[in-house]
Write a protein that binds this ligand. Structure first.
Ligand code: NAD
Length: 302
């Protein structure tokens, strides 16, 4: 059997088109568009490339986008004051501080200074708490887990009563996706098991999974024979395992591999995400969804 490919690149396009249409409607009815500010401190090349992608996507959707670049030596107090300025700015619905920050700045302090109602990344303790409570309390699910759930739902995988096994317990992927899948509601209602480095028999747990979400950061950790035939496999892992010359650009690019042995796994699973092109494109997409949601909350549309 060859699994259905869950292509993040295609699902991204569908979602972005939906967001774009909704932005246009809101603009016509209410005369406002979602406002997103990305605060970038310093010139870390990886951060610049992430921020550039976010700006490009926001612009494509008709958002008001502010890129606020600050020098590497900005003081913590000045950065906190900047966050406060955007907290009070009525035209801004989402505030994003690109990590990592320089060593002299306490990242946690800065992230916790963002107004939880503008925390579209969903990492503020208030939003973590809201996610835990579930239901209508949830405002901004963190973007990667939100993307994972969206992929499962849009693939038509039954989640209610499903055995969902999550490999990894990080705050940005494992814990939140486990929490989201066990909630009462559509696209959830699963029976969730979280496995990690201290789990005794990883294989036995994976073999039970109707939905297997792997976010360990260990290439090929999940063996094909651990996959239940017909299961939905979401491989979140992005591991650089070498370099190659791009056929398109002639430049050196990283060879990326997931946490699951894709070639063999796809012959057993019912549906599976590739790496790259699976979960990866969903994170920025869901950031846009959260920013639109933030405006909708403000306008009383949600
Ligand atoms: P992390 O290192 O913070 O957490 C990894 C988790 O996996 C830990 O909880 C650990 O207990 C578990 N783990 C590690 N080795 C294990 C093993 N041998 N057996 C069982 N459990 C094990 O990582 P993270 O931030 O959650 O990211 C995980 C992977 O997902 C990474 O490859 C990362 O690059 C990728 N990722 C991708 C996206 C995206 O595509 N948008 C976003 C976030 C993370």
């Amino acid at each position: 059997m060859t699994a259905k490919l869950i292509k993040g690149t295609e699902i991204r396009e569908d979602i972005l088109e939906e967001v774009k249409a909704e932005v246009a409607q809101i603009k016509e009815k209410h005369g406002v568009v979602p406002g997103l500010v990305t605060i970038l401190v310093g010139e870390n090349p990886a951060s610049i490339s992430y921020v550039t992608l976010k700006i490009k996507t926001a612009n494509r959707l008709g958002f008001k986008e502010i890129q606020d670049t600050q020098s590497e030596d900005i003081s913590e107090a000045d950065l906190l004051a900047l966050v406060d300025k955007y907290n009070k700015d009525e035209a801004i619905n989402g505030i994003l501080v690109q990590l990592p920050l320089p060593k002299h700045i306490d990242e946690k302090k800065v992230l916790n200074a963002i107004d939880p109602d503008k925390d579209v990344d969903g990492f503020h303790p208030v939003n973590v708490g809201r996610l835990m409570i579930g239901g209508k309390e949830v405002k901004f699910p963190p973007c990667t887990p939100a993307g994972i759930q969206e992929m499962i739902v849009r693939t038509g995988v039954e989640t209610s009563g499903a055995e969902c096994v999550v490999v990894g317990r990080s705050n940005i992927v494992g814990k939140p996706i486990a929490n989201m899948m066990l909630q009462k509601g559509d696209g959830a209602n699963a029976t969730v098991t979280v496995v990690h480095t201290r789990t005794k028999d990883l294989e036995a747990h994976c073999k039970r999974a109707d939905i297997l979400v792997v976010a360990a950061g260990v290439p090929g950790l999940v063996k094909p024979q651990w996959i239940k035939p017909g299961a939905c496999v979401i491989d979140v892992g992005v591991n650089r395992v070498g370099e190659k010359i791009s056929e398109k650009t002639g430049k050196k690019i990283a060879i990326l591999k997931g946490d699951v042995d894709f070639d063999e796994a796809k012959e057993i699973a019912g549906s599976i995400t590739p790496v790259p092109g699976g979960v990866g494109p969903m994170t920025v997409t869901m950031l846009m969804v959260n920013t639109l949601k933030s405006l909708k909350f403000k306008l009383g549309l949600m």
